[in-house]
Structures are given as C-alpha cells and as structure tokens.
Design a protein around this ligand. Structure first.
Ligand SMILES: [Zn+2]
Length: 188
C-alpha cells in the first residue's frame, strides 16, 4: 500500500484535523527524514492551505482541534499541538493545550521546529512596539484562506490581542477573528 492509501484507511478517508471528507491529501509533519505513514497526516484543502500559509489563519475553523487533539496518532497530535500554539491567544486554544497530553517523544517532536524567540515584544513592520488594544493597518493584501476573502491593504484592525508568539497578533477582519503576522502590519 502507498502512504496515501495507508492514511485513507487510518482516517477512514477524513481530514484528520477537521473531519471533512473532500480534497484530501498527504501532509508531512516536519522534521521528516524519511517519509513514512507515521509522520504524515491526511488533511483537506482548507486545513492544508492554512498550514502552508502561516500569514493568516481563520481562528474558528481551528476549533476542530478540540476534537482532533485526542487522535491516537502522534503525527496528528503534533500538528494539532503546533496549530494550537499559534492560536494560544484564544482562551479555548490555551485550555486545549493545558488539557492535551503528549508522551515525551511526541512532545520533543512537537516542540522541534518551534523557533525560540529571543525578542518578546511584538513589533510592527517599522519596529514600533504593539500592545493589546492597539489598532493596526495591513500593509499588503492578505488572502484569508479558509474564510474565502482577502483582507485588503489599508484595512484597519482595531483592538488587537497579542499572542505568545511575538510575530503573531490576533484581530477581527470582516467579522472573522484571524491571526496576522506582525511583519504585514503597521501601527495605526
Ligand atoms: Zn481539514
């Protein structure tokens, strides 16, 4: 059997993160030295697009992680843990991380690849410090994968929240809460 066939049988042909059964494909969970079924997951296009494009995430889509974090396969646990870490500014994601149990080996795998941040302050594209409650404007068009719209350059995002990752803030665009990379923002 191929890895893809193995994954289809492991997941009963459903996205291992959100449960959708369409547009499924194999995603490697890095670091991958040798591609094996144990370090891959099956994910739908909506999930894959947001995993690849880390400049935006549609926060509500990822509530699916509340279920998929309990998946018995370490590759799915690692992917869920990393995504939850990116959403840590959300109370529900923080609670999920608190509840999540990873065995030691899986924890090491999950944490590898998360860069150690030397700076703890969030800074906009000009190096100005960002604080919770600030307003920012986007300095480029950002496609919000999964939500099906583009946040246009010049859009103001009011009342931002900070996350544990200084390169990410959260805010509401078009009524949808999303994670934004500070590199694409300027303080308003
Ligand atoms: Zn999915």
């Amino acid at each position: 059997m191929t890895i893809e066939q193995d994954l289809h049988s492991r997941s009963e042909s459903k996205c291992e993160l959100c449960g959708m059964d369409t547009h499924l494909d194999v995603v490697e969970v890095p670091p991958v030295a040798l591609v094996r079924v144990e370090n891959c997951i099956l994910a739908c296009a909506t999930c894959r697009n947001q995993i690849d494009a880390s400049d935006t995430m549609e926060i509500d889509h990822w509530r699916c992680l509340n279920d998929s974090m309990w998946n018995p396969n370490p590759a799915v646990q690692v992917m869920a843990w990393r995504l939850l870490k990116q959403l840590e500014g959300e109370g529900w994601a923080q609670s999920a991380l608190d509840m999540m149990y990873l065995d030691e080996e899986t924890q090491v795998w999950a944490a590898s690849g998360i860069e150690e941040e030397t700076e703890s302050d969030s800074k906009d594209s000009n190096g100005a410090t960002l604080n919770a409650g600030d307003s920012v404007t986007l300095i480029k068009d950002l496609e919000v994968k999964g939500a099906g719209f583009t946040a246009k350059r010049g859009t103001m995002v009011k009342n931002i929240s900070l996350t544990d990752n200084p390169k990410h803030i959260e805010g509401r665009v078009n009524g949808t809460r999303i994670v934004l990379l500070t590199a694409f923002l300027k303080r308003a």
